[in-house]
Ligand binder design. Sequence first.
Ligand code: HEC
Ligand code: HEC
Ligand code: HEC
Length: 124
Amino acid sequence: MNRTKLTILALAALFVAGITGQALAEGDIIFTEPVMGVIFSHDVHVEENGMDCEECHDDLFEMEALTAQQNDDFTMQSLSEGNYCGACHDGDMAFDSDTRCASCHIGVIGYQKATGTAERSTHH
Ligand code: HEC
Ligand code: HEC
Ligand code: HEC
């Protein structure tokens, strides 16, 4: 997949954010399993920290949102063993997965804010 495709996907995300009136930043992915919700930002990793696509794709992650969470081992235990986010979030290359829980875990309320589900439900 190339940057053009990513841009198209990002624009689609912006469109969704636009119609729901919420701030789901472009390139953001929110995992919902096993717990709701863990945020991953392409902007933070690629733009702010200058990482290459190859550092994550396709060894650590597929280029398809919500694929990793289909695996039984997408857990904190697995991260601490150096898999998925834990390949970098080991306290060396990036902050340890055993710390700063709320940096990754935005919870149910964070998920509702980002996707606009909370606002929609109050209007219905
Ligand atoms: C720090 C790790 C990391 C880097 C660097 C990274 N990605 Fe990703 N990317 C992810 C993760 C995590 C997912 C979600 C995968 C999953 O859910 O299993 C993802 C998903 C995607 C998707 C699917 C989005 C969707 O909505 O289905 C595309 C496209 C993508 N990345 C493109 C890129 C491109 C292009 C680059 C380089 C400019 C890049 N990524 C750099 C981690 C990264
Ligand atoms: C290839 C290495 C790599 C992978 C894989 C990776 N990250 Fe990161 N991440 C970094 C680096 C480097 C930083 C910036 C340095 C720091 O904050 O320690 C960072 C920063 C972050 C931040 C801080 C954002 C901020 O605004 O301060 C969050 C949250 C985060 N990553 C979540 C994740 C999640 C969730 C995953 C897995 C889905 C993941 N990362 C996978 C390298 C990675
Ligand atoms: C670098 C990002 C990151 C940090 C920091 C982080 N987590 Fe997680 N966590 C994840 C990811 C990714 C998953 C799997 C996706 C999901 O459940 O949505 C997960 C899943 C979980 C789960 C459910 C799966 C399991 O292992 O039982 C729990 C509970 C959890 N985290 C607790 C914590 C606690 C407590 C902290 C702080 C001590 C923490 N996490 C810090 C990324 C992170």
